[in-house]
Write a protein that binds this ligand. Structure first.
Ligand SMILES: C[S@@+](CC[C@H](N)C(=O)[O-])C[C@H]1O[C@@H](n2cnc3c(N)ncnc32)[C@H](O)[C@@H]1O
Length: 347
C-alpha cells in the first residue's frame, strides 16, 4: 500500500471507499489486469517476481525463464476460476509446472482440482529432444513414450492436473470453457487447425487469455496468419522479452462457421496482409523472426521472387544476432546475400 494514499484514506473516508471499490474490481479482473499493467509502460509484472524456475529445477524446459515467470503470473494473478487452464504441448512440464504453481498460489480461484488440462503426444519423435532426456539421466529410443517421465515430474501437481496423451489432431477437448489457453503444439497447419477448431470455440469472450508460445518463431508462421484472421475477436496484449511467447485477450465470440475456415487456403493477399500488420508491432530480432517466417510462407507458396524480396528487408545486423543466425539457416543459401539490400533496391 502506498503510504501516501493510506494516510489520505484515513482522513478522507471517500478515498478509502474508492480504494476498497478498486481492489474489489481488481479481484474480478482476468486478463484486464495484464492489460492494465502493460499499458502503464512499466516492466511486465512477471519480471518483478522472484524466479519461479528455482522451484522447478528438476524439470527440463524448452520455454525461457521469463516465459515460466509469465505463465506463473497468469495462473496466479489473471486466472479467476471460471474455466480451465489448458497447457497445449507441455513436453516434460516446463509450462505445466509454472501454471500449476501459479494456480496453487492463486488466492481468488476456489476449486482447483483438475483445473489444468495438458495435451501432448508424449513421444520421443524429434532428435532435438535427446539432450532434455540426457539431462535427466534417461536413455530413450526414438518412438518411445515419455509420458511416465512427465507424470513423475508433475507428481507434486497431480491434484490440479488432468493429462491427455495422444495426437491432438485426433484427441477431443471436452473440459468446458477455457480461461487460460497456452499453445505450444501448433507445429503444423493441421495442428493449428485443431487448436482453432477444438480450443478456440471454448474460449470465454471478455475473459480468456491466449498465449501463443511460437508466435515469434519463424517456423510456425501460420500463427501470424491465424491471429490476423481472427483479429476482430482478439486484442494483442504483449510479449515476453526472452522467448517467443505473445499474449492475446479473447474479446468477442468467434462465429462457429469461422472456426472451420481452412486458413492454409486463404488467398495470398490475406497472408501478406497478416505479416505486414504484425511487422508494425515488432522490432529487433522479433521482427527478423517475423520476416523469416514471412519468407518461408512465400516459399511454401512456391513464390521465390516474393520470398527474396522479404529477405531483402531483413536488416544486415541480423546476421550477427544469435537468435536470427539460427533462423536464417532456414532461408535458401542463394538468397542470403540479399539480406539488407532493401534500401539499395528502393533507391
Ligand atoms: C516445443 S515442445 C513444448 C515445450 C514445453 N511447453 C515446455 O515448456 O518445455 C512441443 C510439444 O508439442 C508436442 N506435440 C507435437 N506434435 C503433437 C501432436 N500431434 N499432438 C500432441 N502434441 C504434440 C510435442 O510432443 C512436444 O512436447
Amino acid at each position: 500500500v502506498n503510504p501516501q494514499i493510506e494516510s489520505k484514506s484515513k482522513s478522507f473516508p471517500f478515498l478509502s471507499r474508492l480504494r476498497c471499490l478498486f481492489s474489489r474490481l481488481a479481484q474480478r479482473l482476468g486478463w484486464q489486469r495484464l492489460a492494465l499493467a502493460l499499458s502503464s509502460q512499466e516492466v511486465p509484472p512477471w519480471q518483478r517476481m522472484p524466479p519461479v524456475w528455482k522451484h522447478l529445477t528438476q524439470v527440463p524446459s524448452m520455454v525461457s525463464a521469463e516465459e515460466m515467470q509469465m505463465l506463473y503470473w497468469v495462473a496466479r494473478d489473471c486466472y479467476t476460476g471460471v474455466g480451465t487452464i489448458v497447457d497445449g504441448g507441455p513436453f516434460l512440464g516446463g509450462s505445466t509446472g509454472p501454471l500449476c504453481l501459479g494456480l496453487q498460489d492463486n488466492r481468488r480461484a476456489s476449486g482447483k482440482a483438475g483445473v489444468v488440462h495438458s495435451y501432448d503426444l508424449f513421444l520421443y519423435d524429434n532428435i532435438f529432444y535427446g539432450p532434455f532426456f540426457q539431462a535427466m539421466g534417461e536413455e530413450l529410443a526414438e518412438g518411445d513414450s515419455f509420458l511416465h517421465l512427465y507424470e513423475r515430474l508433475m507428481n507434486p501437481f497431480q491434484d490440479a492436473l488432468q493429462v491427455h496423451a495422444g495426437d491432438f489432431c485426433v484427441l477431443p477437448y471436452e473440459a468446458g470453457p477455457i480461461e487460460i489457453l497456452f499453445v505450444d503444439l501448433a507445429k503444423s497447419w493441421e495442428l493449428n487447425a485443431a487448436v482453432v477448431s477444438k480450443f478456440f470455440r471454448h474460449l470465454i469472450p471478455g475473459k480468456s487469455l491466449v498465449i501463443h508460445q511460437d508466435y515469434l518463431h519463424f517456423g510456425e508462421f501460420w500463427l501470424v496468419i491465424t491471429m490476423w484472421f481472427y483479429r476482430n475477436y482478439f486484442k494483442y496484449l504483449g510479449r515476453v522479452d526472452q522467448g517467443n511467447s505473445v499474449l492475446f485477450a479473447y474479446t468477442r465470440k468467434i462465429p462457429d462457421e469461422l472456426l472451420e475456415v481452412d486458413l492454409k487456403a486463404l488467398p495470398l493477399e490475406e497472408k501478406k496482409a497478416a505479416f505486414e500488420d504484425a511487422l508494425k508491432r515488432f522490432a529487433g530480432w522479433q521482427r527478423t523472426e517475423l520476416l523469416v517466417g514471412y519468407a518461408r510462407m512465400f516459399l511454401e507458396e512456391k513464390d521465390e521472387e516474393s520470398a527474396e524480396a522479404v529477405v531483402r528487408r531483413i536488416p544486415p545486423e541480423a546476421v550477427n544476432h544469435p537468435i536470427s543466425q539460427a533462423s536464417l539457416q532456414w532461408i535458401p543459401k542463394a538468397m542470403l546475400p540479399s539480406i539488407g539490400q532493401h534500401s539499395a533496391v528502393a533507391a
